[in-house]
Write a protein that binds this ligand. Structure first.
Ligand code: KMH
Ligand code: ZN
Length: 273
């Protein structure tokens, strides 16, 4: 079986220090969390950034400072800026994370609109998705296709048919936001993508660990981190993203799956060297 790529979603846009004091806001905290994940075995850092007070931002300058600082501590890491940002941001605001230098090799591309709790709606119209795909293609950025339910896989395939996405595609199944996060859901999603695609999965909250274990067994790749889950187990807050990555490494060991280095991850994901 292909080696396991571990992605760490270290910060997110929604979680707060009130929920877990280790959630990073400042540049120093973001670097600390990226390094803890990288040292534990993560090769991909899925990155959102915040103002010092925790407000989510897609500011190009803030991304540039954070990426440069992470790069110093995690020289080989695949840094994957979010283009999802936070609910309510404009497309132009969200795209700023792709404008840093050097151009990111990997970035997220959200493939549909979904409810995001309470009155929040995370809006990604067909035109938004096509525009983001077009820009990423022009800039040579490989998209990680963020799909929150099966219809978003179908949308991605329509965008591919129009010529804005190129195979091999890479999907990230974010389970537990819009659709549930059972093993049946995971199987349904992983069996619904074109042959030759790669995929990562993450389960929200308490689903993180069952989805991680099933994904390792099925040959997918795993995302964990504060963006998706704050707990190591019921009632036990994670002290760092690294602690969560270490748990995935342990699961992989138990299940006989080797963990990919960043260089191996680049090869598996067909990223440019
Ligand atoms: N924060 C969510 C509204 C992504 O990173 O591309 C969007 C999100 C997806 O987290
Ligand atoms: Zn994200």
């Amino acid at each position: 079986m292909e080696k396991l790529i571990i992605s760490a979603a270290i910060c997110g846009a929604e979680v707060t220090k009130e929920q877990n004091p280790a959630v990073p806001y400042t540049v120093e905290e973001i670097v600390r969390e990226a390094k803890s994940a990288y040292d534990a075995g993560a090769s991909v850092i899925h990155l959102h950034v915040r103002e010092d007070d925790g407000t989510p931002t897609q500011s190009k300058d803030r991304f540039q400072v954070c990426v440069d600082a992470i790069r110093k501590e995690c020289p080989e890491a695949i840094i994957q800026p979010s283009t999802g940002g936070a609910v309510g941001m404009t497309d132009l605001e969200r795209l700023q994370s792709t404008e840093i230098e050097p151009t990111p090799e990997f970035a997220t591309l959200d493939c549909g609109t979904c409810n995001f709790g309470g009155d929040d709606i995370f809006i990604n119209t067909d035109n938004t998705i096509i525009n983001f795909a077009k820009i990423m293609k022009e800039r040579g950025i490989k998209p990680e296709l963020e799909v929150f339910e099966k219809g978003m896989i179908d949308t991605a395939l329509k965008v591919e048919k129009k010529g804005f996405l190129t195979r091999p595609l890479h999907f990230d199944f974010v389970l537990g936001v819009q659709m549930s996060a059972t093993i049946r859901d995971l199987l349904f999603m992983s069996e619904s993508i074109p042959e030759g695609s790669t995929w990562t999965a993450s389960g929200l909250g308490k689903n993180a660990w069952s989805i991680a274990a099933a994904t390792i067994a099925l040959g997918g790749h795993v995302r964990v981190g504060f963006e998706d889950n704050l707990y190591m187990e019921k009632g036990v807050l994670a002290k760092s993203n690294g602690e969560m990555v270490a748990k995935v490494v342990e699961l992989a060991k138990l299940l006989g799956r080797e963990v990919a280095t960043p260089a191996e991850a680049r090869e598996i994901l067909s990223l440019k060297p």
